[in-house]
Design a protein around this ligand. Structure first.
Ligand SMILES: Nc1ncnc2c1ncn2[C@@H]1O[C@H](COP(=O)(O)OP(=O)(O)OP(=O)(O)O)[C@@H](O)[C@H]1O
Ligand code: SF4
Ligand SMILES: [Mg+2]
Length: 335
């Protein structure tokens, strides 16, 4: 496989966890054979959406090298991120791939001024040494998120709003000049009225700074509004992925359809701020043999209970559902 054109690729990645008490120990695939990639040719916003427990954070943690996959490989550019060891390689990786977490008030200690975090990041990533240069770097990063050093100077986290603090955490993530941000529910703790401004910021970063973003969310409205592509996760598996207009506009997988039917189709109107939540389901679905949606699927067939379907390439997207098997009598290949 030639990975040179890839910014990143999660290649058939799985993560198994052992859960339960010693009497009832069981293994779940929190992430199950997921493949997701982005090329270096043009920056993209790729949404990973799915109900609670579908494996979004586990996937993000593996892509950030915070967790090793049980199976499969994660490449950044042409290199397996788990084959690189040592401090230098970690700093090199982090200068290219940066996280933005859900709760900015947890990211920053209440006892430390926010500018100190920014300063440390500038120095640790060797972006500047002398005070005026360090200040310039901090100001530049803050300006790219609509703030300035003057506005945050001397302030502690609680002296900023959730929206402002999340902007500061994005500014900090931008200091090393990353090519990829992995943002796990970055707007869920932010006031509804400010949510769109953060989401718009991601679009600006993509357009003006060529940063690709993996945007993890429950919120299909913002996903529809900013993404180029989307992967819908259900119990560890990506059940449908492709162009966001196609997947959310005319979903094919019965689970994606259910989501789409349970919400109004979001508008691309920038003032549209309504939040859409996906439903929460039972945990036994993880260990279910066959398709994870059998218990809820209105189109379930006998074969769905026996083996998990592979991905079918249908109408320009991948759909993990037997309904799109155009050769149903041939033995299916494992997903
Ligand atoms: N360290 C762990 N040990 C055992 N199980 C785990 C661990 N981390 C996650 N899980 C389980 O893996 C599954 C996927 O969790 P994950 O946090 O990735 O889901 P998520 O899609 O991010 O959910 P949410 O939307 O609630 O954040 C869940 O059942 C969770 O309980
Ligand atoms: S594979 Fe079967 S159960 Fe699963 S979504 Fe498709 S039709 Fe429904
Ligand atoms: Mg999560």
């Amino acid at each position: 496989m030639n990975n040179t054109q890839l910014l990143f690729k999660a290649d058939n990645v799985s993560k198994l966890f052992t859960v339960g008490t010693w009497l009832h120990r069981t293994q779940i695939a929190a992430v199950n054979n997921v493949t997701l990639s982005c090329s270096t040719e043009k920056p993209e916003i790729i949404t990973v959406a799915g109900e609670s427990g579908s494996g979004k954070t586990t996937l993000a943690r593996m892509m950030l090298r915070m967790l090793e996959p049980s199976n499969g490989t994660i490449y950044f550019r042409d290199r397996d991120i788990n084959q690189q060891r040592g401090w230098d390689s970690q700093m090199q990786f982090m200068s290219e791939v940066q996280p933005v977490f859900q709760n900015p008030f947890e990211t920053f200690s209440p006892l430390k001024r926010v500018e100190d975090y920014l300063r440390e990041t500038v120095i640790n990533f060797k972006k500047a040494k002398k005070k005026p240069d360090v200040d310039n770097k901090m100001d530049e990063a803050l300006r790219s998120v609509g703030l300035s050093l003057q506005e945050v100077r001397g302030r502690y986290p609680h002296q900023l709003s959730g929206g402002q603090l999340q902007r500061v955490s994005v500014a900090r993530a931008l200091i090393p000049n990353p090519s990829l941000l992995i943002a796990d529910e970055p707007v869920s703790m932010v006031d509804a009225s400010l949510r769109m401004s953060i989401v718009n910021l991601f679009q600006e970063l993509k357009n003006e700074y060529d940063v690709s973003i993996v945007y993890i969310t429950h919120d299909l409205a913002t996903a529809y509004y900013i993404s180029d592509r989307i992967a819908i996760m259900l119990r560890g598996s990506v059940v449908e992925s492709g162009d966001v207009e196609k997947v959310l506009g005319s979903p094919l997988h019965p689970y994606s359809k259910l989501l789409r039917d349970s919400v109004p189709l979001p508008s691309k109107d920038p003032n549209w701020t309504k939040k859409i939540e996906l439903s929460v389901t039972e945990t036994k679905e993880y260990s279910r043999q066959g398709c994870k949606f059998t218990g809820r699927c209105p189109k379930v067939m006998d074969r769905c209970w026996e083996q998990e379907p592979p991905d079918f390439d249908t109408d320009g997207r991948l759909v993990r559902c037997y309904l799109y098997d155009d050769k149903p009598n041939e033995p299916s290949q494992s997903a």
